[in-house]
Ligand binder design. Sequence first.
Ligand code: HEC
Ligand code: HEC
Length: 205
Amino acid sequence: MKKITIKALAFGIGLAALGANSWVLAEGNPAAGKKKAETCSGCHGEDGNSNAPIFPKLAGQHVAYLAKQLQEFKSQSRGESTMAAIAEPLSDEDIADLSAWFAKGSVHIEEEEGDYAVGERLYRVGNLQKGIPACASCHGPHGEGNGEAGFPAVRGQYSAYVSKALREFKAGERRNDRNQMMRDIAAKLGEEEIGAVSDFVSVLK
Ligand code: HEC
Ligand code: HEC
């Protein structure tokens, strides 16, 4: 009996999450997405491995996360002027196709060089005194994220982009995270912790 109740509860929560994100269920066509992605390649690379660290890598990212971001750039609930202009003319079908294409790629991960101990500890264990949860609890031990839960992959992402995202969550400039999940965490991170965890994420695999 107990089991059933818990299952039913989990199902209910799952449905609530789906309800909030129902548009992400539109299935995209990666071949069509590849063609449409020609306009993205100057910044994000042909396969989603961007050439400059200020342009996030999209390769291998979860399809639902990519679609959510594109919808939010378009509606400007993720306020960022470059991507707002690019997402503005995209239809739901374009967004589904582009997301399907980039999700299929495999992310290029830099080689480790140096000491990542501080960042790795924060990522895997968090900081109990400061109330910072382990990043791995949501983003996964390999930085793989969880598409259904809405947790993006972070492995191999450029350190400079990760730091920028964390600073923007911290300042409340980026506010598209459900239940303020990232804003609450980033608010507790100091500048050194942001640097260390971002460097670690960029070599995580
Ligand atoms: C002129 C350069 C440029 C072009 C062209 C461009 N982007 Fe971007 N894109 C950016 C920048 C810069 C960001 C990071 C925004 C930020 O810092 O919040 C970004 C972020 C994104 C993100 C969010 C990634 C994440 O990890 O949250 C997605 C998804 C995305 N772009 C998709 C696309 C798609 C699809 C196209 C083509 C239709 C495209 N972009 C074209 C510059 C560009
Ligand atoms: C409780 C779950 C949770 C924890 C713990 C967590 N995150 Fe996140 N994180 C999220 C969610 C959800 C998003 C996506 C927000 C959105 O929809 O745009 C996110 C987004 C991000 C992004 C932006 C990714 C991109 O491509 O733009 C970065 C970077 C990030 N998290 C880093 C971290 C780091 C570093 C830690 C540990 C200090 C951490 N997160 C802990 C849930 C979490």
